[in-house]
Design a binder for this molecule. Structure first.
Ligand code: TRP
Length: 331
């Protein structure tokens, strides 16, 4: 906290075409915080380069991610929307926190283990220290609340440990952040392999529904979703596919799983899959329209980035001068 307002911070990587998992699990929840909080939402391009990026694509996706923030309902007048690399304090605090993060802690991160298995030819040091940069993002703004999907919980716990460790050595410096993982922040699973997470980099397009997919592509993907040999629309053991479709339906409609099971009682999988597709299409339509309008106005997006980076840098500076003093850096 910088004043009496609670601080909310979160980040999304500009490293792929975002999925309904990113939307339901993260971005949609960003709009849920009350007016009397201070909200920072960052496009984390420094994190994205831990795996190889094509520069022109990274640039385009940075604009797109910012446009999606706005299209999903984040008003740039009320939220600080910014690009991580435009505020150098992230990299600076990232290095400092590297020196307060243990090798053993980083070795235990499941995302590191997964990504290094997937990118075996490029297990770079940045991939390894990714969580201390993420801790820097959060701690720089004296963040109280971090809305994230469940897959980021382990990184959040590390950020808390690092904050506590620094505070123990140097006296109160950082607010210790709390994760905020709403019920709808549950994992959205792949439509083709519902035992694994829906991933924006899945090579099988049928497995992933993207925020910017055309309506007929969305309908087709849901109709092809892998289910099971049962035919009841009801949650259960061994029914990962149906469990996932029920979660998606609930997240888009706000209904409970029980209500959904009742609604589709005796109706079979075909009709249910089409219904999930329809609620998804209609929820995404306004987002897609606003996104298209924003992407046609680069100058506006650039003005949002510039304003956002200035506001973020102002608060980052406050934390950095405290950190520098505590560490014994001169000036
Ligand atoms: N690691 C997050 C992800 O992959 C992105 C991220 C970077 C983030 N910095 C953050 C999320 C700070 C919340 C807070 O989704």
């Amino acid at each position: 906290m910088f004043d009496n307002r609670k601080v909310v911070f979160s980040g999304v990587q500009p490293s792929g075409n975002l999925t309904i998992g990113n939307y339901l699990g993260a971005i949609k929840n960003f709009t849920a915080f009350p007016e009397d909080t201070m909200r920072f939402y960052c496009v984390v391009d420094l994190h994205a380069i831990t795996v190889r990026q094509v520069p022109a694509e990274l640039r385009r996706r940075t604009y797109e991610t910012l446009a999606l923030y706005i299209a999903c309902g984040l008003d740039p007048q009320k939220n600080t929307l910014f690009v991580q690399s435009q505020v150098p304090a992230h990299a600076e605090l990232g290095w400092i926190l590297d020196c307060y993060t243990m090798f053993g802690e980083l070795s235990r991160m499941t995302q590191f283990k997964d990504k290094s298995a997937k990118h075996a030819d490029n297990i770079n040091a940045g991939l390894f220290t990714y969580p201390s940069l993420m801790a820097a993002d959060i701690l720089l703004y004296q963040t109280d609340i971090v809305p994230v999907g469940i897959d980021q919980k382990q990184h959040l716990e590390l950020a808390r440990d690092v904050a506590n460790r620094f505070n123990t050595v140097h006296g109160d410096t950082f607010v210790v952040p709390e994760p905020y993982i709403p019920a709808s922040g549950m994992k959205i699973m792949s439509l083709q392999d519902p035992a694994s997470k829906m991933s924006k980099s899945d090579p099988n397009e049928n497995a992933v529904v993207r925020i910017l997919d055309e309506p007929d592509a969305i309908m087709r993907k849901f109709k092809r979703a892998v289910t099971d040999s049962d035919s009841r629309v009801a949650r259960g053991e061994g029914k990962d596919g149906i469990n996932n479709l029920i979660s998606i339906y609930c997240a888009f409609t706000g209904k409970t799983a029980e209500e959904t099971e009742r609604e589709f009682d005796g109706k079979g999988y075909g009709g249910f899959k089409a219904a999930v597709g329809e609620v998804c299409v209609s929820a995404l339509r306004p987002v897609q329209e606003e996104f298209a309008r924003l992407m046609a106005d680069k100058a506006y997006l650039e003005s949002v980035m510039k304003q956002g980076a200035e506001t973020a840098a102002y608060y980052a500076r406050k934390t950095m001068s405290k950190v520098r003093r505590k560490l014994g850096f001169v000036g």
